[in-house]
Design a protein around this ligand. Structure first.
Ligand code: NI
Length: 442
């Protein structure tokens, strides 16, 4: 390990400790530039953290592109498209990249890959997801969704905008790069496993490292975070079916009422977490969708329960699935019903960041302002499919700003982002690419 890197490690450790003791946000954000703050705290790290002339130019350009990034974000926000329907968004991306001199091709139907090559060297990929959600927007803003029932309620509009901003900066400093930057504008993160398709089509073959950036509603505006190793849980969707025989609710003795075992199964599933898995293993099993009769006097023929299993360890996921199958089968049989369990959709593996690259990303982020260790999340991300193939790190950028009323969680009808910090996403993407390709500090 080089002295520079040890220095970064100390700094990151310090920042993480500060963050966890709630000292960072108000004190750090009041001081600019960040290097001055760091200078005051850890003098030995000042030089290492200060920006070189190219990095200064990257930050300057990113800040100057703030209104461009916000305009793009608002444009996409007003025209949300669901998974694998990102036709307008991908056309916009493609047009912008072509204007900037990127080689452009399609992947995973509505995905766009932009390639910028500048001599022989390493290949770094930067990823943004593009899809919206089936949510009716409740924000009263000029850029409100124009499509009923669809909304960018997870911030993927901002991801596209920040990465297009980075495309502009990278294009402007192309002669300073040594190697190749691959921009991955991916469809269908929300349940469509778009990343899996991108990987299967070979679009990231030959990539040496990949970074993904997600705006984060639980993190104060401008704070950048990631973590080494496991970051996001795996996700497996299940459908439980209990078949019986319906009839009049006044005569249950003439039916094989599936609601009876269904209720027992619903409760028994919760016991798996406490009875079958050790207390130190993160695990969530939720079954929030329960479909039975539509009338109070009708016993249905069948009950369907939809749920999700979240775990970091896939063998734990397998054990839970096995136990659910037993519970469903035997509880159903006890009441002369037939029970079955199936996995629906594509399970997402856990996001496991490459430790060196997470550390590298945090050190680079430290040049832009406060950083923090991201908490582990039971929320899933299909960025995991890239990480199964290529080393990389998934990074989050805080966009919560209480003074602006930007406080709602992801997937909420009033979700929004603090647009003033989006330039940081543009700068971070570009700094990661520059440092990875040219400075090769990792
Ligand atoms: Ni998202």
């Amino acid at each position: 390990m080089t002295p520079t890197y040890t220095c970064f490690k100390k700094l990151i450790t310090f920042l993480i400790i500060s963050q966890s003791s709630k000292q960072v946000h108000s004190s750090v954000r009041a001081v600019a530039p960040q290097s001055i703050y760091l200078c005051a705290v850890i003098p030995a790290c000042v030089i290492k953290l200060s920006l070189d002339p190219v990095e200064e130019r990257i930050v300057e350009l990113s800040k100057s592109l703030s209104s461009y990034v916000i305009d793009i974000r608002r444009n996409i926000h007003a025209h949300p498209e669901l998974r694998f329907e990102e036709y307008r968004t991908s056309k916009l991306v493609e047009d912008e990249l072509r204007k900037l001199g990127f080689e452009v091709y399609r992947a995973a139907d509505t995905g766009v890959i932009g390639v910028l090559k500048s001599g022989e060297g390493r290949v770094v990929a930067l990823r943004a997801d593009m899809d919206a959600l089936p949510v009716q927007e409740e924000n009263d803003v000029p850029y409100k969704s124009k499509v009923p029932g669809k909304m960018h309620a997870c911030g993927h509009d901002a991801h596209v905008a920040m990465l297009l901003g980075a495309a502009r900066v990278l294009s402007a400093m192309r002669e300073k790069l040594v190697g190749t930057v691959k921009l991955v504008f991916q469809p269908a993160e929300e349940g469509g496993a778009g990343a899996k398709k991108i990987v299967e089509e070979g679009a990231i073959d030959g990539v040496n490292a990949i970074f993904g950036l997600h705006v984060w509603s639980e993190l104060p505006s401008g704070v950048i975070a990631t973590r080494k190793g496991p970051a996001n849980a795996s996700s497996t969707s299940i459908l439980i079916k209990i078949k019986g025989l319906g009839g009049h609710a006044a005569h249950p003795e003439l039916t094989r009422d599936p609601t009876v075992p269904a209720a027992d199964i619903y409760n028994a599933i919760q016991k798996i977490v406490s009875r079958n898995i050790d207390a130190f293993t993160p695990l969530v099993v939720s079954t929030p969708r329960f479909e039975a009769s539509r009338a109070g006097n009708v016993i249905p023929d069948a009950v369907e329960i939809y749920g999700t299993i979240r775990a970091f360890d896939m063998s734990v996921r397998d054990r839970v699935l096995e136990r659910i199958e037993k519970v469903v089968k035997h509880y159903s049989a006890a009441w002369d019903c037939e029970g079955s369990v199936e996995v629906i959709g594509t399970p997402y593996p856990p996001v496991v960041n490459t430790p060196e690259l997470a550390e590298f990303a945090l050190a680079i982020a430290g040049k832009l302002g406060p950083v923090s260790e991201a908490p582990m999340s039971m929320g899933a991300e299909d960025f995991s499919f890239y990480l199964q193939k290529v080393p990389g790190a998934f990074i989050i950028l805080g966009v919560k700003n209480e003074s602006k009323g930007v406080i709602y969680p992801h997937h909420h009808p009033k979700f929004d982002v603090d647009e003033e910090v989006l330039w940081k996403g543009t700068a971070l993407h570009t700094l990661l690419a520059y440092n990875y390709l040219v400075k090769k500090s990792v």
